[in-house]
Write a protein that binds this ligand. Structure first.
Ligand SMILES: Cc1ncc(COP(=O)(O)O)c(C=O)c1O
Length: 357
């Protein structure tokens, strides 16, 4: 092979790089990664949507952009305005980026139990961070209510309300869903992911179900401590929340408005234990070279389980929500894993990745 042909062949391994407009133009159009090692091992074709490649580092960049664009379109947010949200995680990071890119102030309320790392990152991104006492949702001093009340009294300000503002799910209906459909050329037997706000599952699920005329089954995956699996398998009974999980950003105690737009069309649900999620997190690193957060690992466990239910050779897609970078001091710490009783579940050949004490 001459060197020009070799170079062209080499280049085809990289995605095309057309110019996009600023931070917001770089949100979405993420690759769909075929998880080759895992697929060969399990007999299920597993695809992970590489949402960690969004410019703010997570799937929540899409929701953040979606709620801001929606507020602009509806005339609720004008030049120089303020965007307010109650969040301790990726949504705040996405919003802080979008606000810088579009010239808005960003105010984030969060429980004062969050790590200094999270507070510092949001401040570095220009957000006004307001840690408030960590009290239950029922208490008016809860960080979500404080965010809502602050925005209500401020001119040219919005509370983005990520859980119940369906512009969140709509961002996935208009971007993530169509991208997955095109990337798989409509050949997809199943889609599954866990939910926080429910925006991703509802938006992607609705699009895939409509487009495939019901052929693509859409399932929900839950971490321990979430009530959605029992809600779906009991035909709609909400139970009290109990138990907890090491995963962040997922698990829910109620049917949010976003989830409510699709929950009746979900084909089924199951819970994935932390033990299985953490093992998959290390396996993804070892066999695929992917450094993923725990919600992504849970999603991949669920995709394999769903694929096995649908039959060998089936094709199932899920979401790789974010990377492990924001959680590495815990996920790769021997002491932390031991304290969560997860260390012994990690196969000995994978324990070489546990490099922190
Ligand atoms: C790491 C991570 N995974 C998954 C999710 C869930 O996404 P959604 O809110 O669309 O249900 C979130 C939401 O914050 C998240 O931060």
């Amino acid at each position: 092979m001459n060197s020009v042909i070799r170079q062209a062949a080499f280049r085809r391994n990289f995605s095309s790089n057309s110019i996009v407009n600023g931070f917001t133009g770089a949100v979405g159009n993420t690759p769909l990664i075929y998880l080759k090692g895992l697929s060969e091992k399990t007999g299920v074709h597993v695809y992970g949507k590489a949402e960690f490649q969004n410019p703010g580092g997570s799937v929540k960049d899409r929701a953040a952009l979606g709620v801001v664009l929606d507020a602009e379109e509806r005339g609720l947010l004008k030049a120089g305005g303020t965007v307010v949200e109650g969040t301790a995680g990726n949504t705040g990071i996405g919003l802080a980026h979008v606000c810088r890119a579009r010239g808005y102030k960003c105010v984030i309320y969060m429980p004062n139990t969050q790590s200094q790392e999270k507070i510092d990152l949001l401040k570095m991104l220009g957000a006004d961070v307001r840690p408030v006492p960590a009290v239950a949702y029922e208490n008016p001093a809860n960080y979500n209510h404080q965010a809502r009340d602050y925005a209500k009294d401020l001119p040219n300000a919005i509370w983005t309300d990520q859980f119940d503002n369906t512009a969140n799910a709509n961002a996935h209906y208009t971007s993530t869903g169509p991208e997955i459909w095109e990337q798989t050329q409509g050949e997809l037997d199943g889609f599954i992911c866990a939910t926080g706000t429910g925006g991703t599952l509802a938006g992607v699920g609705k699009y895939l179900k409509e487009k495939s005329r019901g052929k693509t089954q859409v399932w929900l995956a839950d971490p321990p401590g979430s009530v959605l699996t029992s809600y779906i398998s009991s035909g709609g009974k909400l139970t009290e929340r109990s138990g907890s999980s090491i995963t962040e950003g997922i698990g829910q105690g109620r049917i949010t408005n976003n989830l409510g737009t699709f929950i009746n069309d979900v084909s089924g649900a199951f819970t994935v234990s932390d033990d299985k999620s953490i093992r998959m997190l290390y396996e993804l690193l070892d066999s695929e070279g992917l450094y993923m957060g725990a919600s992504s690992a849970l999603n991949v466990v669920a995709a394999v389980e769903l694929g096995l239910k649908l039959g060998k050779g089936s094709k199932v897609a899920t979401i790789l929500c974010d990377g492990a970078y924001r959680y590495q001091s815990r996920l790769f710490s021997r002491q932390w894993l031991e304290s969560k009783d997860l260390l012994n579940g990690i196969p000995s050949e994978l324990q070489k990745y546990i490099v922190l004490d």
